[in-house]
Design a protein around this ligand. Structure first.
Ligand code: ADE
Ligand code: ZN
Length: 338
């Protein structure tokens, strides 16, 4: 009999909600600051880690944007992405769909090309050397204006072969999906898929608006959907996936206790729920830790964990044939380790 942690470790997993800038571990942050001659406010890794205590999304975002300032050169983006992919390998994450925030870098004078070339070169090496498949999604920062999002979309047109979709992240409250309706319409016209963070701190109506106005193929977080039974029914009926991030929700106090997290309730209603890590360097865990904490707090069975792993394959952007291979691997693992 394997332990639950052992079972989770071996389960083939797919990650669908991961900000590459949120994988910047304090040790790498210090190394890059040193390499780029950047003075930090913190004297040590320990002091920086001490600062990772948040009471809401904005408090986290302030540190996250500050941390990202050590990323200057293409190699920095490569090293960041490669470190995450090595973590995926260690945790048996077999496919990952990654967000990046171009405006976090272009606003401080870094070229779009520098960012995407570094990330993409690591993703390519991840495919060849680690057998991890991946997709890249570019997020607009919702605290910035529509014009800045349009400009970013324009820059992305040169990289259509590398970017599968556009997303929406950053400060949710006061920045509803409607603010970006026109940019998303243009992005869809250009062939990008749409994604949006909604219902993380914001109300269920933001989730509804992301579906109806932005025509998203997935909702990132979406936990406040539980407050609106009609919305839950719509998510079930349309099979719109939620990329839920339990340790993130706990760290940012979107839930007071993981025991009260709506993940299992949403699953029981038939919503296509997945488990993801969001910003693992800041929230205390990658995929396995998110699965373990959820299993322990919500009493998830091995059957539930297998369902969550299958849900992520369904919700992924992989072609049918690759999905079939992952379903097969999950079925076999779950049968042999039941
Ligand atoms: N950017 C990085 N992580 C985020 C989150 N959890 N919510 C909104 N924007 C983010
Ligand atoms: Zn996120």
């Amino acid at each position: 009999m394997t332990t639950l942690a052992g079972f989770i470790k071996g389960l083939p997993k797919v990650e669908l909600h991961l900000h590459i800038e949120g994988t910047l571990e304090p040790e790498l942050l210090f190394k890059l600051a040193d390499r780029n001659n950047i003075r930090l406010k913190y004297d040590s890794v320990e002091e920086l880690k001490q600062a990772y205590q948040f009471s809401n999304l904005q408090e986290f975002l302030n540190l996250y944007y500050e941390g990202a300032q050590v990323l200057l050169r293409e190699q920095d983006f490569y090293d960041l992405t490669w470190a995450y992919l090595e973590k995926c390998k260690a945790q048996n994450v077999v496919h990952t769909e990654i967000f990046f925030d171009p405006q976090t870098h272009t606003e401080r004078g870094i070229l779009f090309a520098t960012v995407i070339n570094g990330i993409n070169r690591a993703l390519q090496d991840g495919r060849e050397k680690l057998a991890i498949s991946s997709k890249l999604i570019m997020c607009f920062l919702r605290h910035l204006d529509e014009a800045s999002a349009f400009k970013t979309l324009e820059e992305a047109l040169d990289y259509k072969d590398l970017i599968v979709g556009v997303g929406l992240d950053s400060s949710e409250k006061g920045n509803p999906p409607s603010k970006f309706e026109r940019v998303f319409a243009k992005a869809r016209d250009e062939g990008f898929l749409s994604f949006a963070h909604a219902g993380e701190e914001g109300p269920a109506s933001y989730v509804k608006d992301a579906v109806e106005l932005l025509k998203v193929v997935r909702i990132d977080h979406g936990i406040s959907s539980i407050d609106d039974e009609y919305l839950v029914a719509e998510l079930v009926q349309k099979q719109i996936p939620l990329t839920v991030c339990p340790l993130s929700n706990l760290a940012l106090q979107a839930v007071d206790d993981l025991k009260n997290h709506p993940l299992k309730k949403l699953m029981d209603h038939g919503v296509l729920v997945t488990i993801n890590s969001d910003d693992p360097a800041y929230f205390g865990g990658y995929m396995n830790e998110n699965f373990e904490a959820s299993a322990q707090s919500l009493g998830l069975s091995k059957g539930d964990l297998c369902q969550l792993a299958r849900n992520a394959v369904v919700a992924s952007l992989l072609p049918e044939q690759e999905k079939e291979q992952h379903f097969h691997a999950i079925e076999q693992y779950c049968r042999e380790n039941a």
